[in-house]
Design a binder for this molecule. Structure first.
Ligand SMILES: *Cc1c(COP(=O)(O)O)cnc(C)c1O
Length: 486
């Protein structure tokens, strides 16, 4: 809409201002709607809105915004989420009017630039993952899983294998079994061994004539590399199944190891994790999917391809599983990820993986003893520790420690995941944190360790120093009350 078409506030009849119709509706419609409103539904007095100056309003909202915990302000060691810094350069590029003013229904010839960005993203991912074809369209990691599992399903149907079971390790992210079921599979659980890695005996016991595939994260959600991955791939392929790689942990190995070389047939990547685009609160993500050559004909439509004349167009692969979302994906996220990939380069991405593993190992090595290490003293880019000993001896739970960390100025790591370690934390510092920040986090954990020893009541009541105290989590979700102690 042209700006001049928006009526000024004093031109809108009072009823319109009270939200009967959006202020942008034409005056005729507004009047008719207002007249149609029964008397008993009309306000008799204006709503009780506070009368404050602009300055007071600005200060109020600025104060609220500063209460918002975010990666630009503080450390966010949320395991499995890769909460790294989001460089401003990415934001600038995604905000360029040449991209933001596009409409998804524009002709291909008019949107060659953004199609090229989607295509380039696909071209960056193929060699990085060691696979043959890719689509940048899926709008989240979980949607990438659904796309990938639907491709595996279509492949089995096409080949008349009659296979309908997918194996998922007990350590997997909850979206994995959910995506497999949504794609029409039955799920069988593979157990982890005491070392936090997949138990090959359990794998063998679950493989059979019904096996359509397996979904794996590597490094897995315990922050450990599946050392037997080549053997796992051989066993699954031999049994007639395909391998799906959940790429949420790609940050640990990007540029160092490739899922395609490990034997995976389908991979999703969370651009909003590994490729430094903002996420959290369910905000827009992007979960590109890469596949081996035999699965390329099943990719979803529209698929961005480059013609022999160098132009980009939207195509439908020969045996496509169909359309998975309204348009071409979250191109704003793809733009940010592409800016990140280009500014890092291959060497930069490899350094990202190295430093993310170094930072996680530094924390793991320095945490006090009460944070037990169930899987030894080495990890990849994230580390599991548990307070199960403190639970037994002092009735201190991971939940209490998480709440106390808030008092000390830190967002808690992921708690109670992976499910196979009781009272656990999954700590992922990422490569973008300085040693100074890691040291401050370790100091906070040391303080908590001392408190567990001598002042456990401080933990039981935490958080003690924040605007909101400890909530009844079930009631808070059901009876939302957004007012808190200011
Ligand atoms: C984040 C995550 C997912 C899901 O990705 P979304 O983009 O949040 O849908 C899947 N698996 C693992 C291991 C994850 O950490």
């Amino acid at each position: 809409m042209d700006r001049t078409e928006i009526p000024l506030i004093h031109e809108i009849p009072a009823a319109g201002r009270r939200g009967v119709l959006p202020p942008s509706a034409p005056p005729e419609d507004r009047n008719t709607a207002v007249e149609a409103l029964p008397d008993h539904l009309r306000r008799e007095t204006p709503p009780p809105l506070p009368e404050v100056s602009e300055l007071e309003a600005v200060r109020h909202f600025t104060r609220l915004s500063q209460r918002n915990y975010c990666i630009d302000g503080q450390f966010y060691p949320l395991g499995s989420c890769t909460m790294k810094y989001n460089p401003r350069l990415n934001e600038k590029i995604a905000a360029m009017p040449a991209f933001t003013q596009l409409h998804p229904r524009q002709e291909e010839a008019d949107v060659q630039g953004v199609l090229r960005v989607c295509h380039d993203m696909q071209e960056v991912l193929k060699p990085l993952l060691g696979l043959d074809e890719a689509t940048a369209a899926p709008a989240a990691g979980a949607q990438g899983e659904f796309v990938g599992m639907s491709i595996i399903k279509a492949w089995h149907e096409d080949h008349g294998t009659g296979r309908d079971e997918v194996l998922v390790p007990d350590a997997a992210h909850g979206t994995n079994p959910a995506s497999a079921v949504l794609a029409g599979f039955k799920v069988r659980e593979v157990k982890s061994g005491p070392d936090g890695r997949m138990d090959l005996e359990s794998l063998r016991a679950n493989l059979g004539g019904k096996t359509a595939g397996i979904m794996l994260t590597n490094p897995n959600t315990c922050g450990l590399f599946e050392k037997d991955i080549v053997e796992v791939a051989r066993l699954v392929h031999e049994a007639g199944g395909l391998l799906y790689y959940d790429g949420a942990n790609l940050n640990a190995i990007a540029g160092r190891a490739r899922p395609g070389d490990m034997g995976f047939d389908v991979v999703h990547v969370n651009l909003h994790k590994t490729f430094s685009t903002p996420h959290g609160g369910g905000g827009p993500g992007s979960g590109p999917v890469a596949v081996s050559a035999r699965l390329a004909p099943y990719l979803p439509t529209p698929h961005v391809v480059r013609g022999s004349d160098g132009s980009y167009r939207l195509s439908t692969p020969e045996k496509s599983i169909g359309r998975m979302l309204a348009f071409h994906g979250n191109t704003g996220v793809v733009l940010r990820a592409m800016a990140y990939a280009l500014s890092q380069g291959g060497e930069g991405l490899r350094a990202v993986a190295d430093h993310s593993a170094l930072n996680a190992n530094y924390i793991l090595a320095r945490l006090p003893e009460v944070f037990e290490r169930p899987f030894g003293s080495r990890c990849m880019h994230e580390a599991v520790v548990t307070v199960r000993g403190a639970r037994k001896e002092k009735d201190i739970r991971a939940f209490d420690v998480a709440k106390r960390l808030l008092d000390l100025g830190f967002h808690s790591p992921t708690v109670y995941f992976p499910l196979l370690v009781p009272e656990c934390f999954l700590i992922e510092p990422t490569e973008t944190e300085s040693k100074d920040t890691l040291d401050r986090f370790i100091a906070a954990m040391e303080q908590i360790a001392r408190e567990i020893e001598s002042q456990p009541e401080v933990l039981a009541s935490a958080p003690n120093e924040l605007p909101t105290g400890r909530l009844d989590e079930a009631a808070a979700a059901k009876e939302l009350n957004v007012c808190c102690r200011f």
